[in-house]
Design a protein around this ligand. Structure first.
Ligand code: XLS
Ligand code: NI
Ligand code: NI
Length: 438
């Protein structure tokens, strides 16, 4: 195997002032934050697809990076070289999890039986590599959007045979996830949506997606999968409209079809902004419904309307994210860097710079979020803001001991209602700035 990372040292924490490009500035795995070491707050994962498969091809041009790792792409030797590279990469960075799609691991064959045989072979190889390390799978998934057969969706396809292929892929991907110790299993509805309502029966398609998910839960539990299933909401791309538009929509869907006990959300920062929300909004909606499971840590570009999958760099966003995560008591999943280097960042060193940036940004976000919580002024303000519901008529409303008639009566006696107190937004924003930069 070619040793792609021969010149790269193990990446260590050196502090914010270091000028060493191959060092962490903020991610200090053993540092205690609110009673837990950083590495426990931040279960980072490497995404097989972006890191080991994507080499820069976009709609207008071909690969810029060399991800052959010394072997011929499209062969099992290459698949194994990717495993070797993955483990060398994760070990140098101290990353303990990886995420994969079935077809990230091996070249897909014409015949699904042959693809599955290749998956057995590669997962045996991955298991061997895992031995003696603490590296595990965070989550697995099936790619049900690249193969042309899925042009009209997988669970939402109009073609029953295609639905069966999707079922076969989910079954195999679940087998692999369990075999590799996965904490979760993801459904990202890549083509589960529509281009036009003129040819689409939305109700029928959604019912079929739910049927596929129910079968996945039944099968997963029958082979001993104890983790969470996740929906990863995204409003569009590749389809014009995708059914899992955002967290609120996905949670409603899960409840409607009785899937909410087995599923949680995997929230991706870039998908949140595509849906017209902030990352923080999607995390809050998931958390308040008890469904914040895992995070795809990346960021988009608000000037571009697509999923740019950049490594997170925005410390303000990372801080707001970690505030939600800390308040929710942590994740059952982890932080998967569903992120890729920019096309001109094409060398092996760049793969490291991307992850160092991402890990440092999330670590800084964690430190700042912990400071905001310990500072307490923001939480205290929010508590006070609703204080009128703690006693008197407010308390009665909360406990459901009143009626529209009683409240109308109360209001009529009041004369003019008391004006709500100031929202103090600018003051609160100043607190955030002083914690971030003070
Ligand atoms: C695409 C999604 C995808 C999922 C896994 O936009 O983010 O990469 O995370 O299928
Ligand atoms: Ni995405
Ligand atoms: Ni993602």
């Amino acid at each position: 195997m070619a040793n792609t990372f021969e010149k790269i040292p193990t990446i260590k924490y050196e502090g914010a002032k270091t000028t060493n490009p191959l060092a962490f500035r903020f991610y200090d795995p053993e540092r205690m934050v609110m009673g837990k070491p950083m590495r426990e707050h931040l279960p980072f994962a490497m995404a097989w697809w972006h890191n080991l498969c994507a080499a820069g091809t976009d709609m207008f041009g071909r690969d810029t990076a060399d991800k052959s790792f010394g072997e011929q792409p499209g062969t099992m030797e290459h698949a194994k070289a990717k495993v070797d590279t993955a483990f060398a990469f994760m070990q140098k960075l101290g990353i303990r999890y990886f995420c994969f799609h079935d077809v990230d691991l091996v070249p897909e064959a014409e015949d699904i039986c042959e693809t599955n045989r290749r998956l057995d072979e590669i997962s045996d190889y991955i298991l061997e590599k895992m031995e003696g390390t603490d590296i595990r799978c965070l989550w697995g998934t099936a790619n049900m959007f690249s193969n042309p057969r899925y042009m009209n969706g997988a669970g939402s396809t109009n073609e029953a045979d295609v639905f069966c292929f999707a079922a076969a892929q989910v079954k195999k991907a679940l087998d692999l996830t369990v075999k590799l110790g996965g904490r979760g299993y993801v459904f990202w509805g890549g083509r589960e949506g529509y281009e036009t309502l003129l040819n689409t029966d939305v109700k029928f398609e959604q019912e079929n997606i739910a049927r596929l998910m129910h079968m996945a839960v039944d099968y997963g539990r029958s082979i001993g999968f104890e983790g969470d299933f996740y929906i990863e909401p995204k409003p569009k791309e590749p389809m014009k409209h995708q059914y899992d538009f955002d967290a609120a929509t996905a949670i409603g869907f899960l409840r409607q079809y009785g899937l909410d006990k087995d599923f949680k959300m995997n929230i991706e920062a870039n998908h949140a902004t595509l849906a017209g929300h902030t990352f923080q909004h999607e995390l809050r909606v998931s958390a308040m419904n008890g469904m914040l499971g895992s995070i795809d840590a990346n960021q988009g570009d608000l000037l571009l309307g697509w999923d740019t999958d950049e490594f997170p760099f925005d410390v303000y966003d990372a801080t707001m994210c970690m505030l939600e995560v800390l308040r929710a008591g942590g994740l059952t999943g982890g932080f998967n860097f569903d992120a890729k280097n920019r096309r001109p960042s094409r060398t092996p060193e760049d793969m490291f710079y991307g992850y160092i940036l991402g890990m440092d940004t999330m670590a800084l976000g964690l430190l700042k979020a912990a400071e905001l919580i310990e500072d307490g002024r923001i939480d205290e303000f929010v508590k006070e803001r609703y204080a009128s519901f703690n006693e008197g008529i407010g308390a009665k409303i909360r406990s459901g001991e009143t009626s529209l008639e009683e409240l109308a009566d109360y209001a009529q006696k009041l004369g003019a209602p008391k004006m709500p107190g100031s929202g103090r937004q600018e003051y609160l924003e100043s607190i955030v700035n002083s914690v971030l930069f003070g």
